[in-house]
Design a protein around this ligand. Sequence first.
Ligand code: GUN
Length: 302
Amino acid sequence: MTAKLIKGTEIREQILEEITAEVAQIKEKHGVVPGLVTILVGENPASVSYVTLKIKTAHRVGFKEIQDNQPEDISEDQLLALIDKYNKDDSIHGILVQLPLPKHIDEKKVINAIDPDKDVDGFHPVNVGRLMIGGDEVKFPPCTPAGIQEMIVRSGVETSGAEVVVVGRSNIVGKPIANMMLQKGPGANSTVTVVHTRTRDIAYHCKRADILIVAAGVPGLVKPEWIKPGSCVIDVGVNRVGEKISEKTGKKVAILRGDVDFEAAKEIAGYITPVPGGVGPMTITMLMKNTLKSLKFKLGID
Ligand code: GUN
């Protein structure tokens, strides 16, 4: 059997079109558009490219967007003051501070300084708590887990009663997606197991999974014999395993590999996400969705 590919690139287009239409409607009715600011400290090439894409996407869907680039040597106090400025700015509904930050800045302090009602990354402890409570309490689910859940739902995979196994326990992916899948409600109601580096027998758990979500950061960790036939496999891994010359641009580009042995796994799974082009494009898409939600919360509309 060959698995059905869950393409993040296609789902992204559907969602961005939905967001664009909603932004236009809100603009006409309320005379306001969502405002997103990205704060980038320094010039880490990966961060620069992420932020550039975030701002480009925000522009595409009709948001007001500000790319606020700051020098590597900005002090912690200056950065906190900048966040405070955007917390007070009524035209800004989403504030994103690109991580990682330089070593002289305390990341926790910075995240805690963002108004939780503008924390479209969903990293502030208040939003982590809201996610844990679930239901109407949730404002901003973190973007990568939200993208994963959206992909599963839009592919028509049944989550209610499903055995979900999450590989990895990071704060950004593993812990929040496990939490989201066990909540009462549509796209969830699953029985969830989280496995990690200290788990005695990872393969044993993976083999039981109706939905296997892998966010370990280890290329090719999940072997084909760990996959339950017909299951849904979500590969969150984006591992740079080398470089090649792009046929399109003639420039050096990274060779990316997921956490799952894709070529073999696709012959066993029922659904699978490719790398690249799977979960990756969903993260920025869900950032747009959270920013739109932030404005809607403010306007009191659904
Ligand atoms: N760095 C890598 N991914 C992310 C993300 O999703 N949000 C922020 N703020 N920084 C990141």
